[in-house]
Design a protein around this ligand. Structure first.
Ligand code: 13P
Ligand code: SF4
Length: 305
């Protein structure tokens, strides 16, 4: 069987099961091709809240599948590859943040969506990389404890100077592994290219960028720009998807290290197995978690609109 034959089998099973496929833009191109919805974490959350299908297959990482379940508790949500976690989401848990909250009385806890559903139960509002600035500016509270990503947090703090934002020391090991030296070298190698980076990169890398934004933000920027060359400072799949979308433009990798092993662990076979009832993991959350963590996600959508 070849890739397109497997894609056809997936399309038939999807129809039969009244399922829809959500795929984060970091997954492989052959999954993007058969997905009903693709994009960054914010877009996928909004899409998940609107779909009418009974079953959602999430091709992404665990916190994204949990977010779908929080938004659609009556739907069956299946994480296509059960081992796909997020190294940043696993850095902080509810116990740790409950203790830290005691040091910041009166602060609102803003959680990057890259956190577990369990941790979200003690946070006030969620943000994504594309919505953080807008949501924090729309909050009435001035004092904010931002968890877990210190790089996104410091980027947002610059954009929201009226807020008092405290940061912890979490990060995405994939994005935070890129150095300013690599960014300068890539710019020297491709002097006509614009550097587009994700805000999970270090501040000294975002400082060198022509554009800083979420995965969808980077893709939209490159597609609509009248420039022809871009250095992509986020997961390497984005450069590949963009090359298909814009065959006449050139896309270079900021660093070959920008590979998320968890996103890359999701395969087309996983999608087939999840639909065929032979794989994947149904996300089950208890009613208290759905109630408390759900508030945090609903607040994100309310303040982000
Ligand atoms: P986006 O919100 O840009 O999709 O980011 C999610 C993520 O995990 C980036 O590493
Ligand atoms: Fe998590 Fe980083 Fe992978 Fe995004 S790229 S899913 S933040 S480990």
């Amino acid at each position: 069987m070849n890739i397109s034959q497997l894609q056809e089998k997936i399309a038939k099973l999807k129809e039969k099961n009244n399922a829809c496929i959500l795929a984060h833009s970091y997954v492989a191109h052959e999954i993007i091709e058969i997905a009903d919805f693709t994009g960054d974490s914010y877009k996928l959350s909004v899409d998940a809240s609107r779909v009418s299908n009974k079953t959602i297959i999430m091709c992404g990482v665990r916190f994204m599948a949990e977010t779908c379940k929080l938004l659609s508790p009556d739907k069956k949500v299946i994480l296509a590859q059960p081992s796909a976690g997020c190294a940043m989401a696993d850095q902080m848990d509810k116990r740790m943040i409950s203790r830290i909250k005691e040091d910041y009385p009166g602060y609102s806890v803003v959680a990057y969506i890259n956190t577990t559903a369990d941790l979200k139960t003690i946070c006030d509002v969620c943000v994504t990389s594309s919505s953080a600035e807008k949501i924090i500016n729309n909050m009435k509270e001035k004092n904010i404890l931002f968890i877990p990503d210190s790089n996104l947090g410091s980027y947002v703090a610059q954009k929201c100077p009226d807020k008092n934002i405290k940061l912890l020391n979490g990060c995405c090991p994939v994005h935070a592994g890129v150095t300013a030296k690599e960014a300068r070298l890539a710019k020297e190698l491709h002097p006509n290219a614009e550097l587009l980076v994700h805000p999970e990169c270090l501040p000294e890398v975002t400082a060198l960028a022509d554009y800083v934004g979420s995965t969808s933000g980077i893709m939209n920027y490159a597609q609509t720009s009248d420039k022809n060359e871009f250095i992509i400072g986020t997961e390497i799949s984005i450069a590949e998807h963009l090359q298909y979308l814009c065959p006449d433009k050139s896309f270079y990798l900021l660093s070959k290290k920008l590979i998320c092993p968890d996103m890359k662990s999701v395969t087309l076979t996983d999608v087939y197995n999840a639909l065929a009832g032979k794989g994947g993991e149904e996300i089950l959350l208890d009613p208290e978690t759905i109630r408390d963590a759900g508030k945090c996600i609903e607040e994100m959508i309310r303040l982000g609109e």
